[in-house]
Design a binder for this molecule. Sequence first.
Ligand code: C5P
Length: 205
Amino acid sequence: MIIAVDGPTASGKGTIARALAAHYRLPLLDTGLLYRAVGAQCAALGLDPDAEDEAARATDFADRLLTDPALRSEDVGGLASRVSKHPAVRAALLKRQQDFANQSGGAVLDGRDIGTVIAPHADAKLFVTASVAARAARRHAEMLGRGEDVTLAAIAADLAARDARDSGRATAPLTRADDALLLDTSDLTIERAVEQAIVLVDEAL
Ligand code: C5P
């Protein structure tokens, strides 16, 4: 059983994917971490994230980098978004994601192109989204909670720019697969969003 969870940043897709993996007892791959690792590796090695050949060299990262908490920062998220537009970077990360998806027993993968490129044959596909305002408010609360000093307006602008970059790129853009079920979390608590995700996946299986 393969469950694909795609959607923009701060839509709740990560939390929903984690809850689905626990509910159906499936292993989970947060594919954003792979792109974040490439971005972090570019920064560490002084490679240009906007140059395809340089970013491609950063795909050869050590697995232990994936557990580094620094990967979750906004700065690394921005770098990830820049390296992820390069076809050579996406190609280098493809097999690892497909092998994870196709392991016996099934898997949950969360990302941007799971239902369209990585696992078009997934048994259930969710496209999790929310308004920019709702996503910015969540991210703002999260960052204030960590003691970071940012304005709501700056976060909203950053999210909109990230959306435009992820949806506008030529290779594997963020887009809803024709057969993906839409879950808009703008007005839902995370508990309600998870409940609805399980209902949708149950219906799809
Ligand atoms: O989901 P997360 O915020 O960790 O992803 C970071 C960046 O990695 C995204 O903004 C996107 O550009 C890229 N990404 C991608 N394809 C995926 C997962 C993430 O292009 N499957």
